[in-house]
Design a protein. Structure first.
Length: 87
């Protein structure tokens, strides 16, 4: 789905119409001085984005925890091997 674009000044003048479009499922990129500064999306899309972002964060936390467990296991194995070789 593509989005429409509007300048910040035009947005002020056409806010009511733009909000009606967004309510009907349109996406609108807001530009200031030619640069994208914000976007308006329907609430259900924002909710979906937030859920996806949360899932991504949870995934990365789980991967970091798994790497830490692997490192602890490796260190324990190396320490045990060192102790055995000294005996």
């Amino acid at each position: 789905m593509l989005h429409s674009e509007i300048g910040a000044r035009a947005l002020r003048a056409e806010l009511s119409r733009i909000l009606d479009e967004v309510r009907q499922g349109e996406r609108v990129m807001i530009r200031r001085n030619g640069r994208a500064v914000a976007a308006l999306v329907p609430p259900h899309e924002l909710t979906a984005l937030e859920k996806a972002d949360h899932s991504r964060m949870v995934y990365h936390e789980q991967m970091a925890a798994a790497k830490l467990r692997d490192l602890k296991w490796l260190r324990a194995g190396l320490d045990a091997a060192r102790t055995e070789s000294q005996d």
